[in-house]
Design a protein around this ligand. Structure first.
Ligand code: HEM
Length: 301
């Protein structure tokens, strides 16, 4: 059995991941972990869930709070019970399981760095842009450092914050992290890969003509036909909405309905280069929300 168990109710303070077991960032280990991730994605088409894991780790951030790690952000706290059991994280234990062997192998890579790296490598290996991440994130050391539940967006009404419209809800959530309208639209484009499953988030169908045969685990509803390819087809599909086999959440629809979001959504539907360029900047910002650096940030070539 692997030395690191991913979290469930049996998580205790004696677990080696907790307390004085901080990881010292090591550039060689980061590079090797990156190689291992590429190999993982060659064997298993699990890029989408890795992107969602990293986003749900960092998307808890509250810019008005100062205390690390309670202010939320890319601090690896999603590996802990209770955070992994938050409603918004349904299904993400599978992503932790997928990364477990790599986490075990490299002490020189923090969990926070590993999750963000897994996402950036996933996007690039799915045909998306290269995201020049910086590394050296400090991990939240214990479950007490987890952000409170309810910081991530809901895909449809009723919105827990009482917002009447999807656009208002998106702004409340993303402004709290320090994002603007353009960045909200660009980041939403990550739904160009992946699926929603009724057994996880409750959204989507059991399967569609695009997901019934996988690849990987079959089922769910995707936003795009080729849901393992990172491109701008999400914006094209949400704009057209002419295929009932594809998913459109209320929060996706808002990008073309809300008059302040729409110009960006139209631009990205028409111009993949513009989408990629803006996506990289917004994703980099997302990957560093709430970060406390264990070492001076390191880049890999
Ligand atoms: C704008 C507000 C957002 C809402 C309301 C939202 C909601 C959702 C929902 C309901 C799912 C389905 C989960 C499941 O059933 O497994 C999902 C999946 C996904 N989300 Fe989002 N999301 C948002 C933003 C983002 C952002 C900012 C990113 C990344 C930058 C992202 C990346 C993904 C990915 C890649 C998947 C597919 C996961 C998979 O196939 O396993 N989402 N999202």
């Amino acid at each position: 059995m692997s030395k690191l168990e991913y979290p469930d109710e049996t998580f205790t303070e004696k677990d080696p991941r907790i307390g004085g077991n901080a990881r010292k960032t090591d550039k060689a280990a980061l590079k090797q972990a990156r190689e291992d991730l590429l190999k993982l994605y060659e064997c298993k088409p699990c890029q989408p869930i890795a992107v969602r894991l990293a986003w749900h780790d960092s998307g808890t951030y509250n810019k008005d709070k100062t205390e690390f790690p309670k202010r939320g952000g890319a601090n690896g706290s999603i590996r802990f019970y209770p955070e992994i059991k938050h409603g918004a994280n349904a299904g993400l234990v599978a992503a932790l399981e997928l990364l477990k062997d790599i986490a075990d192998k490299y002490d020189g890579v923090s969990y926070a760095d590993l999750f963000q790296m897994a996402s950036a490598v996933a996007i690039e290996s799915a045909g998306g842009p290269k995201i020049p991440l910086r590394y050296g994130r400090k991990d939240a050391a214990a479950p007490e450092g987890c952000a409170p539940e309810g910081n991530l967006p809901a895909g449809g009404p009723p919105y827990p914050d009482g917002s009447p419209k999807a656009g208002d809800h998106l702004r409340k959530i993303f402004y709290r992290m320090g994002f603007n309208d353009q960045e909200i639209v660009a980041l939403s484009g990550a739904h160009t890969i992946g699926r929603a499953k009724p057994t996880r988030s409750g959204f989507g169908k059991e399967n569609t003509m695009y997901t019934i045969n996988g690849p990987g685990n079959p089922g769910g509803s995707s936003w795009t036909k080729d849901w393992l390819k990172f491109d701008n087809s999400y914006f094209k599909a949400v704009k057209k909405q002419d295929d009932s086999e594809l998913l459109v959440l209320d929060t996706d629809n808002a990008l073309f309905v809300d008059e302040d979001f729409r110009p960006f959504a139209e631009k990205y539907a028409a111009d993949e280069k513009a989408f990629f360029s803006d996506y990289v900047k917004a994703h980099l910002k997302l990957s560093e929300l709430g970060v406390e650096w264990e070492t001076a940030p390191i880049t890999l070539d």
